[in-house]
Write a protein that binds this ligand. Sequence first.
Ligand code: DX5
Ligand code: ZN
Length: 219
Amino acid sequence: MAIKVAPSILSADYINLQSDIELIEKAGAEFVHIDVMDGMFVPAISYGPAWVKALRPVTDMVLDVHLMVEQPERYIDVFADAGSDIIGVHYEATPHIHRALQMIKNKGVKAEVVINPGTAVALIEPVLHMVDQVLVMTVNPGFGGQKFLPETLAKITRLAEIKREKGYTYDIEIDGGANDETTALAYQAGATVAVAGSYVFDKVDPAAKIARLKEVTAD
Ligand code: DX5
Ligand code: ZN
């Protein structure tokens, strides 16, 4: 099965967002990736729950919300109520990752744990039984258009190994620097979802880029 594609609207055309959404949905993207940045956990400020609420009625794609915010517990309810399908919280953003994931699940939303390039898989092993998705950051979070860090591949391999050994069913998502080459490598290592921002939106023909990611990961 080809990798699921999650275009990040961070690189989309905000003024014409609805047409970008329709375009990627028609091209076969399964998820829309929504990067929430608070100006603290990462330097940039992006957008908040109102964007999730606005997107919900215009698409059937999975709304995949990546919270790059300090103490994400403060915002779980509001993002869940806005219509998120998946909410991701960074291991590094809270001393209470287990509680944050529980809060997401209690809202009936899929729970995701996210790790930065400098964070080891071993640190999230105690919560892997309770997550629907693990996001391995393949760049340092904060900006689109960065270069894929190949040293993150070993973490994908390890997460795939744990998944097999324990019979878990979580998706393994990559985020940052995804293109046809890096996505193929991540897929071989066990990734099942690829976030792609600049690769999909920055140049011509987002639909062809989505098709290409599917093509390089078709078994
Ligand atoms: C980075 C964000 C990403 C970003 C990816 O902090 O989490 O989702 O949009 O952008 P690209 O695909 O351009 O690296
Ligand atoms: Zn992201």
